[in-house]
Design a protein around this ligand. Structure first.
Ligand code: NAD
Length: 306
């Protein structure tokens, strides 16, 4: 079988080597398309691929249409809003992600953001300590759980909101289940977003929630920019000169945010939550193992389009 690794933003070299080793071990070939600059390159490369590994690359209906032999596509990472699942299903192509493989990297970045914003973005002036502060975790999945554990280790008290996770599970972790999303925003100095971008969550974080935060409240976003209602974020920041916003995914209106709110807002120059050597390698290797297992045994654990 031919496995195409198509990454506009390449994996670490060690990840590509590992993918090739895993594939070779099972008798598969690997082709690598990195740093492509035009969609036509992807359409051409995918034409004879049986399996496809991508990172944030968009696997659209057009790509699926060009991939006549494709049987499986794996997004090496957690969020999979770059895959057209309906187009995959229509062709009987299995789509997977590699959950959990980059969670620690993202959680560490979230903690770094909390400290950075609490210390005036490392500029002179009196900051505040995070020990004793309250953090609300919005979505208690792989990343959210790790942020909770790390925040507890730093002396923070943790609340979480996730309608799909049992309260008992949170309590076992010494995390307080939020009575409602609104109450969590009211109660917490920091809110850390870990929701996927879905029709339900897109544009769902706006003025009503943000204006409930206590004095000095800070919203952290390592999830997706689409979950923020940007006009309402601006309104909340305009009304409350104490609120802060820090994100790993620059807002569409980031230039306006920077200009209007200065040090109260910060966006990483490029999405970097999963950009660690460890996460990069873990996600790449997991994708290769999942493909090898799929071809060997038909295993569809982690299939997204069931
Ligand atoms: P995950 O699938 O392990 O967890 C997602 C959680 O969201 C689940 O527990 C689910 O129950 C919960 N959820 C779904 N809808 C919800 C809702 N409406 N309200 C509250 N909770 C809801 O995913 P993860 O690995 O924890 O990643 C979370 C998100 O972080 C991803 O979807 C992705 O968008 C983002 N992410 C960003 C980076 C980055 O580089 N910044 C890297 C990895 C993941």
């Amino acid at each position: 079988m031919k496995i195409l690794v198509a990454t506009e933003k390449p994996f670490a070299a060690a990840a590509v080597d590992g993918i090739k080793d895993i594939a070779a071990d099972k008798g598969h070939n690997v082709a690598v398309l990195e740093r492509y600059t035009d969609k036509s390159q992807l359409l051409e490369a995918v034409a004879d691929a049986d399996a496809l590994i991508v990172r944030s690359d968009k696997v659209t209906a057009e790509v699926i249409g060009a991939a006549k032999k494709l049987k499986i596509v794996v997004r090496a990472g957690a969020g999979y809003d770059n895959l057209d699942l309906a187009a995959c299903s229509a062709r009987g192509i299995v789509a997977m992600n590699t959950p959990g493989q980059n969670s620690n990297a993202v959680a560490e970045l979230a903690i770094a953001m909390i400290i950075y914003m609490s210390r005036n973005r490392f500029t002179p002036g009196t900051g505040c300590e995070i020990s004793g502060k309250r953090i609300g975790i919005q979505a208690y999945g792989n990343v959210g759980r790790l942020v909770a554990r790390k925040a507890q280790a730093l002396g923070m008290s943790v609340m979480a909101f996730d309608p799909f996770v049992a309260e008992e599970k949170m309590k076992e972790d010494n995390v307080c289940p939020a009575p409602s999303l609104e109450k969590m925003y009211e109660a917490c100095d920091f809110i850390s977003l870990h929701i996927p971008a879905t029709p339900e969550t897109i544009g769902s974080i706006g003025y009503d929630l943000l204006s409930k935060m206590p004095k000095g409240g800070c919203l952290l976003n390592t999830a997706r920019k689409e979950v923020i209602n940007e006009p309402e974020l601006i309104k909340a920041l305009e009304e409350r000169s104490d609120l802060k916003y820090v994100t790993d995914i620059a807002a569409t209106c980031q230039a306006e945010l920077d200009e209007k709110f200065g040090k109260r807002v910060f966006a990483t120059p490029k999405k970097m939550g999963a950009e660690t050597a460890e996460a990069n390698i873990n996600a790449g290797l997991a994708a290769a193992y999942q493909i090898a297992e799929f071809f060997e045994t038909g295993c569809t654990r982690f299939q997204l389009n069931k």
